[in-house]
Design a protein around this ligand. Structure first.
Ligand SMILES: Cc1cc2nc3c(=O)[nH]c(=O)nc-3n(C[C@H](O)[C@H](O)[C@H](O)COP(=O)(O)OP(=O)(O)OC[C@H]3O[C@@H](n4cnc5c(N)ncnc54)[C@H](O)[C@@H]3O)c2cc1C
Length: 543
């Protein structure tokens, strides 16, 4: 770990960029946390004195692990560390512990490109995903580079030295500082401290237990109890069939329905290929099969919403029978893929509804009462336990405050470059996965990009890489980061995110196959990504 990059002299001599300020990046650096004790993480990481990291990764979930494994594979000469606010790897897959927690993507695309998923179940339980992530960390030698219990709170880009000065709060409450050339934010997209629960009327009157799936009590005993689950998304449809065995009855209360589609949890083709081919080849073939299938079905749904709607509803009708009121309980008000579809593995949710063990009620909540929930229709849903599967609070970049030369950055006023860097902000990359395909596909692409960028910086002797708007783009109209996708958590939190532009490379494609093609091309001569180095860096290297 005690490495400093030995770069060639800077080809540019001195910095040539100005990091064009957005109009509202004007607030002075007032809100920095006051250090209780300032500790330098460099010593802990055995860095030589005055050395900095080449890359600091924030977050040890799927994206952070992908980033670290790629650095190990592709950039063995680079020093890096991972700061993780919690005490374990896995992020989402360590945090969520509700009954039946599972992926709603197939693991052949949700797994890493470099590590085959060999488990027979393609729609996997949370524990197996956690194990897979821990294995990756061990196999690629990443574990020693992770510092747990370090929550990054701020990062200031010092343009005199081309360095991110990062402050983290450790579990002892100390402020820890670390310097890094490149900052790679793999901090997910939601607030870990608190999930979203609407302001329900009458909550104080409720005598039962109210639980948010993000904070599932370890030993919750729900045997023989009446359970109401509020929500209709992936979390609700996972929890309901997994509580029916023990609970007296489970009612899912939804304001409006979600599109659902059933699929076997085991992929017969994948398991056949796995039995006859080497695991890497079998994994690659299944992965491509699924990528093309997902891409085609997503585009098919967007281009032919009526046809897709009919297919989805017919399939639900087949599971529940003609007598069931599909119109009220399973026909959404929007078109397929305007919100994420809900995957039902092995028909579990629909079987629980058909058997009568679970009931779906489509109504609005009027108020909580002592023994349950009173609906607007006047119906009372009795409940000992209410699960509020009402979603997440989005949080941009792990809640970190960013500064450019001590001036606060408002990244919502910047443009996304290729959906991962920010106009006018050097050496800062973020992973935000796809809404219509497995998150990991995008995480792996970004990890490869960062490795390529570091190698390009080395070739050019550069200490920074920044996407800058071209002069003709200076008045480009900002568009929302993601268009045509409107689940509640997006509507509540998307304003914090940077904007997308009208065209490439500022456009957020949400298309893995296209992004893969674009990122394989040399982006480094697109006239947007600029490389250079600071005066002090040029002098150091010339010396
Ligand atoms: C219940 C659930 C199921 C999901 N299922 C799927 C699925 O099947 N398929 C799919 O594609 N997507 C799914 N998603 C989306 C999912 O979050 C991603 O797929 C993926 O796990 C995100 O990985 P990540 O590493 O980017 O973020 P996370 O898993 O959120 O990990 C981020 C890590 O960063 C850490 N962190 C955050 N801020 C800081 C900070 N300031 N300092 C230090 N550390 C910080 C967190 O503690 C965490 O460990 C699901 C999400 C949820 C909530």
């Amino acid at each position: 770990m005690s490495r400093v990059s030995h770069l060639p002299p800077c080809l540019f001599g001195i910095k040539k960029t100005k990091y064009y300020p957005a109009q509202d990046d004007l607030a002075p650096r007032e809100s920095l946390p006051k250090p209780l004790i300032l500790v330098s993480l460099g010593q802990d990481l055995n860095l030589e004195s005055n050395a900095m990291l080449d890359v600091l990764i924030v977050g040890a979930g799927i994206s952070g692990i992908s980033a670290a494994c790629h650095l190990e594979k592709q950039c063995a000469n680079k020093s890096y560390a991972v700061l993780e606010g919690r005490d374990n790897v896995g992020g989402t897959w360590d945090l969520f512990r509700y009954p039946g927690i599972r992926s709603d993507s197939d693991m052949h695309t949700f797994g890493f490109s470099f590590k085959p998923w060999t488990n027979a179940k393609s729609i996997s339980d949370g524990e197996s995903i956690r194990d897979y992530l821990k294995e990756a960390v061990a196999e690629y030698g990443v574990k020693d580079k992770i510092r747990f219990g370090h929550k990054v709170v701020s990062a200031n880009w010092d343009s005199a030295r081309d360095v991110w000065c990062v402050a983290a709060r450790n579990s002892a409450g100390e402020t820890v500082d670390i310097e890094t050339r490149v900052l790679f934010m793999c901090s997910g997209y939601y607030n870990y401290a608190q999930g979203y629960t609407p302001d329900f009327a009458g909550l104080a009157d409720f005598k039962g237990e109210l639980i948010h799936p993000q904070k599932w009590p370890e030993n919750l005993d729900y045997a023989g109890k009446k359970v109401a689950v509020i929500g209709s998304g992936a979390t609700a449809v996972t929890i309901v069939p997994n509580m029916v065995d023990k609970a007296a009855h489970v009612t899912m209360i939804q304001r409006s329905p979600t599109y659902m589609f059933s699929r076997p949890a085991k992929d017969a083709v994948a398991n056949f290929l796995g039995a006859v081919l080497p695991s890497k080849l079998a994994y690659a073939l299944t992965r491509w099969k699924n990528i093309y299938f997902q891409n085609a079905t997503y585009k098919g749904a967007r281009n032919n919403p009526e046809k897709t709607k009919k297919l989805l509803l017919d399939s639900v009708r087949k599971s529940l029978g003609d007598d069931y009121d599909i119109d009220t309980h399973f026909t959404p008000r929007y078109n397929p893929w305007e919100e994420r579809l809900c995957l039902i593995p092995d028909d579990d949710f629909l079987s629980a509804v058909k058997s009568g063990a679970a009931e779906v009620v489509t109504d609005t909540i009027d108020t909580f009462v002592e023994n349950g929930i009173l609906l607007s229709s006047g119906k009372l849903i009795e409940a000992d336990i209410v699960v509020s599967a009402t979603g997440l609070n989005m949080q941009f970049m792990g809640g970190v405050e960013f500064f450019l030369d001590e001036v606060k950055l408002d990244l919502s006023k910047r443009f996304y470059y290729q959906g991962m860097m920010f106009s006018g902000v050097p050496n800062l990359i973020q992973t935000f996965g796809y809404i219509n395909a497995s998150w990991t596909l995008r995480a792996d692409l970004n990890s490869v990009f960062v490795c390529d960028m570091l190698q390009q910086m080395d070739r050019q002797g550069a200490s920074f890489c920044v996407p800058e708007l071209r002069p003709e783009e200076a008045s480009m109209a900002p568009q929302p980061t993601i268009s045509g996708f409107n689940p509640g958590y997006m509507q509540r939190g998307i304003h914090e995110f940077p904007k997308q532009g009208e065209h490439a490379p500022w456009h957020n494609t949400q298309d893995y196959l296209l992004d893969r093609k674009i990122l394989k091309r040399s982006l480094f001569s697109d006239g947007v990504l600029q490389f250079g180095c600071s005066e002090s860096d040029a002098q150091t290297r010339a010396a």
